[in-house]
Write a protein that binds this ligand. Structure first.
Ligand code: PEP
Ligand code: MN
Length: 442
C-alpha cells in the first residue's frame, strides 16, 4: 500500500479516542515535520521481533512486555530509564532460568505517551476540566491551560521516544544488560528487600553455571548483548500515520514509532480506524481482549489482521480480570484455533483487576494479578496451547501504587509514593515478587 492509500483506508473509518486539537494549523505543521523525520525503529528490527514472537507462539520462548502505564516527559531521564530497564532484565532473568527458554523482552517504552480515558472530563472540588490524555496530548496538572491539547507535544513524544531508545540500546550494547552484570542490577536493592535477596541467590546460581560453562571452554560473548524491543498502544493515528514508512527493500509498510503496536480494549472495534490502520502495517500487532470479547470477534481479528496466518504477526493480550479469565478465555482460544491461525497469547493481569481503594487511589492487588496469570496458564494448559507471556505495568522506582508483595504495601500505604500519571504500577520489588511466583508456573 502507498502512504496515500493508507491515509484513505483508515481515515474512512470512525476513529475513537482522538484528541480534539484546537489548533489545526499547528497540528498540520507537526505532522509534516514528523513525516519528514527519521523513523524511530527499522523494519528489520520489527521483523526480528515478529520472528521472536513466532517462537513464543510455538512454545519455544516466553514474552515479557512491561513498563509504565503512561510514560511522561519528566520521566525521560537516564536514571529512570535505566531503572525500568533493570526491572525488565531482572524479571526476564528469573523467567529465563525457570523456563530454560529465551525470553523476548519488550518494553512498554519509548512511545507509551497517549491514554484512552473512560471519561472525557475530570471533576475535583466542584471544578470540571478536560481529562489528562497522556503527555502526548495535554498536561497532567489540574489546570485549565495545561489540559488544552497541544500538538507540539507530538514532537516532544517523538524526541522523548528517540532519547529512550538511545539509552536502552546503549545499555544493550555496552554490556550493561549482559548476563555477567546480574549482581550489578541488584546492587542498590538487595539489602532491604526480600525480593532482592531472593534474586541475589538466583544470580549466584547463574554465576556458578556461567563459570562452569566458561571452564568447559564455552564462549560466553553472546550473553553480553541483549535485544530489547519497544511497544506502545497505537492510539493517536495522526502520529502513527506520520511515522509510517514504506520499506524500500520489501515494499512493505511499517509503523516506525515502535517495533510492536497494540490496539487497546477501548479502540478494538472491528470496523474502527485503529484496526484499519494496523491492518495496513507489517509490524507485529497486539490486540487487548477484555471480558466482553466474543469468539466471533477473535475470528475476525485473525481474518483482518493476519490474513496470511503469519507466525508472530498477531498477539492477543487478554485482560479479563482474575474472576473471569477461567470462564472467558477457553472460547476465545478455540475460536482462534478454528481460523487455522496460531496467534501469540499474552496475559495482561493488570487491567482487569483495578479498583478504587478507600483512600481514592486506583490500585491493584498482587494476589489478584497472580491469580489471573494462574488462570491464564491453567486454561492454556488444559487446551494444549501455549501461555506465551505476560504484559505488566511496572516501574524501576520504589512507588506505592499496588497492594501486596514481600515488602508488603497496604491500602493505607498508597499515599506514600503514588506517582503514576495513570494506572497503578508494580514497584521494582513487587515486579520481582510476581516474576518469582510466575516462574513457579513455568
Ligand atoms: C493500558 O494498557 O494502559 C490500557 C489502557 O489497557 P486496556 O486497553 O487493556 O484497558
Ligand atoms: Mn494502564
Amino acid at each position: 500500500m502507498t502512504n496515500s492509500e493508507l491515509l484513505v483506508s483508515w481515515r474512512d473509518m470512525p476513529a475513537t479516542h482522538q484528541p480534539d486539537w484546537p489548533d489545526r494549523a499547528a497540528l498540520g505543521d507537526v505532522l509534516t515535520r514528523l513525516s519528514a523525520a527519521p523513523g524511530l525503529v527499522t523494519p528489520s528490527a520489527c521483523e526480528s521481533l515478529r520472528s521472536r514472537l513466532a517462537a513464543v507462539a510455538n512454545g519455544e520462548a516466553f514474552a515479557l512486555q512491561g513498563g509504565d502505564c503512561a510514560e511522561t516527559f519528566d520521566g525521560v531521564t537516564p536514571d529512570a530509564i535505566r531503572n525500568k530497564t533493570k526491572t525488565l532484565l531482572q524479571m526476564a532473568v528469573i523467567f529465563t532460568y525457570a523456563a530454560a527458554r529465551p525470553v523476548v523482552k519488550i518494553g512498554r517504552m519509548a512511545g507509551q505517551y497517549a491514554k484512552p480515558r473512560s471519561s472525557p472530563v475530570e471533576t475535583r472540588d466542584g471544578v470540571t476540566l478536560p481529562v489528562y490524555l497522556g503527555d502526548a496530548v495535554n498536561g497532567f496538572d489540574f489546570d485549565p491551560a495545561a489540559r488544552v491539547p497541544d500538538p507540539a507535544r507530538l514532537w516532544r513524544m517523538y524526541e522523548a521516544s528517540r532519547f529512550t531508545l538511545d539509552i536502552v540500546a546503549g545499555h544493550a550494547r555496552d554490556g550493561y544488560a549482559g548476563l555477567d552484570q546480574l549482581h550489578r542490577w541488584n546492587r542498590d536493592f538487595v539489602a532491604n528487600s526480600p525480593a532482592g535477596a531472593r534474586y541475589e541467590e538466583l544470580a549466584y546460581e547463574i554465576d556458578h553455571a556461567l563459570r562452569f560453562m566458561g571452564a568447559c571452554g564455552v564462549q560466553l560473548d553472546e550473553l553480553r548483548s541483549v535485544e530489547i524491543f519497544a511497544s506502545h498502544e497505537g492510539l493517536l493515528l495522526d502520529y502513527e500515520n506520520a511515522l509510517t514508512r514504506i520499506d524500500p527493500d520489501s515494499g512493505l509498510t511499517y509503523a516506525t514509532s515502535g517495533h510492536m503496536l497494540w490496539i487497546g480494549e477501548r479502540t478494538r472495534a472491528l470496523d474502527g480506524a485503529h484496526v484499519a490502520y494496523c491492518r495496513s502495517i507489517a509490524n507485529p500487532i497486539g490486540v487487548k481482549l477484555g471480558p466482553t470479547t466474543t469468539p466471533a470477534e477473535v475470528r475476525s481479528y485473525v481474518d483482518i489482521l493476519d490474513p496470511d496466518r503469519q507466525p508472530g504477526r498477531l498477539t492477543f493480550i487478554t485482560r479479563m480480570g482474575a474472576r473471569q479469565i477461567r470462564d472467558r478465555l477457553p472460547g476465545l482460544i478455540r475460536a482462534a484455533q478454528e481460523t487455522g491461525g496460531k496467534p501469540t497469547w499474552i496475559s495482561d493481569p493488570m487491567h482487569g483487576n483495578t479498583f478504587l481503594a478507600p483512600s481514592g487511589h486506583k490500585t491493584r492487588r498482587l494476589a489478584d494479578i497472580l491469580d489471573e496469570v494462574r488462570g491464564f496458564f491453567d486454561v492454556h494448559r488444559a487446551l494444549g496451547t501455549h501461555p506465551g507471556g505476560i504484559h505488566v505495568e511496572f516501574t524501576g522506582e520504589d512507588v506505592t501504587e499496588c497492594i501486596g508483595g514481600g515488602a508488603e504495601i497496604l491500602a493505607d500505604d498508597l499515599h506514600h509514593r503514588y506517582e503514576s500519571a495513570c494506572d497503578p504500577r508494580l514497584n521494582r520489588s513487587q515486579s520481582l515478587d510476581l516474576a518469582f511466583d510466575i516462574a513457579e508456573l513455568l
